[in-house]
Ligand binder design. Sequence first.
Ligand SMILES: NC(=O)c1ccc[n+]([C@@H]2O[C@H](COP(=O)([O-])OP(=O)(O)OC[C@H]3O[C@@H](n4cnc5c(N)ncnc54)[C@H](O)[C@@H]3O)[C@@H](O)[C@H]2O)c1
Length: 387
Amino acid sequence: MNKICIIGGCGHVGLPLGLAFASKSFFVTLVDLNSSAVEKVNKGELPFKEEGAEELLKSLISKNVVASVDITQVKNQDVVIFVTGTPVDEHHNPKINEVLKVIRSYENLLSKEQLIILRSTLFPGSTELIAKELESLLGEAKVAFCPERILQGKALEEIFTLPQIVAANSDKAYNQATELFSKISPKIIRIEPKEAEIVKLMTNTWRYLEFAVSNAFYMIAENDGLDFYKILNAIKDDYPRAKHFPSAGLAAGPCLFKDTMQLSAFYENNFFLGQSAMLVNEGLPNFLVQQLEKKIGNLSEKRIALLGMTFKANNDDTRESLSFKIKKILEFRMAKVITHDPYLQNEMSLQETLNLANGVILGTPHNEYKKIIPAVPYVDCWGIWPR
Ligand SMILES: NC(=O)c1ccc[n+]([C@@H]2O[C@H](COP(=O)([O-])OP(=O)(O)OC[C@H]3O[C@@H](n4cnc5c(N)ncnc54)[C@H](O)[C@@H]3O)[C@@H](O)[C@H]2O)c1
């Protein structure tokens, strides 16, 4: 098993995974339909920010890593790993057909000798469905589900330190997937495919619920004019059971919300706790705008600086960022919104933005913003500025 092909190989999950395997001397082909990302990767440039990845890419690209838009590269590979997106639709149901469509577009290029690994976050039952389809097409098929559980931005650290969940449609597929992942993971956890799919969904849902608890507590405290962070510090101070209590903040990004909705769909929409978490997390932007209104009055014609547009700190990824929801709410109140983010292109500098603003909302707690304190009224649910 020397040659690995990753479908979706220039994406946030596929690329770090490919680099991790290449760093262990595998020959890695990153197949991706995004031609500009492919071009960048082949020049040794990362299409997005990921700690430590650009240096590694530069050292491997002319040796044992190549990116390509040519899907026929899948032939003659020992291992084919699928890691494309798995979105939910406008009714928050998983778009299972999108996953099947991708697999089907490669079906004729796959063979029964290859180990086929599914690494996207899948709706429970998908692995079995895909394995059955491939078995009927190829006669037999070795299919494993090995979900990714990294924290975006810390992928290269976590790939090598987190245990790897491995599920498969046969012992042969399990053994081969285990042999492969043992090269990069410290520990393998075997579990059945549907259980593994649920492990991944519950892991992300757990995080989403944790943030919802903090956000709900934040709104309860601040609604009464109390300082949530003073309360949170008192809760956590030398109290071991509250050690991991997160701060409040916009719970956004491409994974937590959609995986909570996938779990809810799996439980036929009876997962009220998940739905409630969604109401809390998605309601926070409205609350933040109301807080600013309390401080500076009617927002119409006021200039509001919205600092941080990416969905997480110190990263350039804007996917499903709730800062854009805040912007919409502000604009609906006829405020003049000036956005700023150190990881994106800006109309003006941070200082110019602050000089013009009548009020500030902190969207993302980038390190750059920890060095300033706005001179005008502000709303900061992350707790980085003094109250
Ligand atoms: N981003 C994360 O931190 C993270 C963590 C764990 C799991 N996941 C899961 O991993 C999966 C991928 O997420 P991501 O963030 O890497 O998405 P992404 O959008 O960054 O990457 C997906 C890549 O697939 C490519 N692609 C789409 N269709 C293709 C096709 N038919 N052939 C080849 N390439 C194709 C896209 O061009 C894109 O580069 C999702 O299921 C997600 O839930 C993501």
